[in-house]
Design a protein around this ligand. Structure first.
Ligand code: PMV
Length: 315
């Protein structure tokens, strides 16, 4: 029996983070420069039903039976086994590798889940549909950060730019004109659950103010969708700037993020904003393709620990 391999890309949110948790639309795109990969191999010497799991990047080398149920890797595996009604799979080994930095808003958790779910269901001879893959990955996301909107598992499963609204079928975006963004990582790890929890508390204290901020972010995401579909990507710059200002008002920016955003704009970016949960993690800048390397260098000089330039395309 051959090995079964599946990979899943990273992702970045272009518009609408946080507001998306409150039912507003958001836009996210895959980042194919980084990815997670799962390889499933039969283990002829293994005890029937046992699964050896190795994730060298996080120093994990164990058996499925020894992981607690709420461990995200165990949850991804068990989700597939119970969906397919398999209680004792063939003895096998699962190896997980990833080039996606963790806790920085690039979707590493969801990408690992999607890769495992796809590799394991193929190994069991019953590959799951995208809808099922995304749903199972969403269940694992809940273990990662409590009340996820579902945007990460959706964009990573479909590996296409998406316009996402909570509890709605996902819509793949038509990108009429490709555009380039540079992602800059502050290097500060920021657990999504904390930023999301803080926003929730602030919203509970002052719902009128926060709902106005969420509405404004939702309006920007809708405008951004029209702009992308109409093929005027340069107009996204001003929308990014406005979205960043709203995220600052929500209390999720940080001096480091604001600094990188300012540096990118000064280095010719058409617009820039924090991306994802905020407080740390990444920011993004819209750039002319010819200026991508220059903006990336300016961000590195200003303290970004990693930069990725990526082109957003329809396919
Ligand atoms: O840091 P990320 O990219 O995982 O982004 C979290 C996005 C939020 O809107 C803040 C939370 C969510 O579940 O959508």
């Amino acid at each position: 029996m051959p090995a079964f391999t599946a990979s899943a890309p990273g992702k970045i949110i272009l518009f609408g983070e946080h507001a998306v948790v409150y039912g507003k639309p958001a836009i996210a795109v895959p980042v194919t420069q980084v990815s997670a990969r799962a390889i499933l191999r039969p283990d002829p010497r293994g005890v029937p039903g046992s699964m050896h799991i190795q994730a060298p990047a996080v120093g994990l080398d164990t058996y499925l039976a020894d992981l607690p149920d709420e461990h995200p890797l165990a949850a991804a595996v068990n989700g597939v086994l119970s969906t397919l009604g398999v209680s004792r799979p063939l003895a096998c080994s699962l190896r997980i590798t990833s080039t996606i930095p963790v806790a920085s808003g690039l979707g590493s958790g969801a990408a690992v889940s999607v890769a495992i779910i796809r590799a394991l269901s193929a190994f069991l001879g019953r590959p799951l549909s995208n809808e099922q893959v995304s749903e199972l990955a969403f269940e694992v996301e809940k273990l990662h950060h409590g009340t996820p909107s579902g945007i990460d598992n959706s964009v990573i499963t479909y590996a296409r730019p998406v316009y996402f609204m909570r509890d709605q079928p996902i819509e793949v975006l038509r990108v009429s004109q490709p555009f380039t963004i540079v992602i800059g990582d502050t290097g500060i790890s920021s657990p999504t659950a904390i930023a999301v929890g803080d926003v929730r508390r602030l919203w509970q204290k002052d719902p009128t103010h926060y709902e106005a901020l969420f509405d404004a972010a939702g309006k920007i995401a809708r405008q951004a969708r029209q702009t992308i579909e109409a093929g005027h990507p340069n107009d996204l710059g001003a929308l990014m700037d406005s979205n960043h200002a709203l995220l600052q008002q929500m209390g999720v920016s940080s001096p480091e993020l604001d600094h990188l955003v300012t540096v990118a704009r000064q280095a010719s970016a058409l617009g820039a904003k924090l991306s994802g949960a905020g407080r740390g993690g990444n920011m993004i800048a819209l750039v002319q393709p010819a200026n991508a390397a220059y903006v990336a260098e300016a961000l590195s000089n200003a303290g970004a620990v990693r930069t990725i330039a990526t082109q957003i395309e329809g396919r």
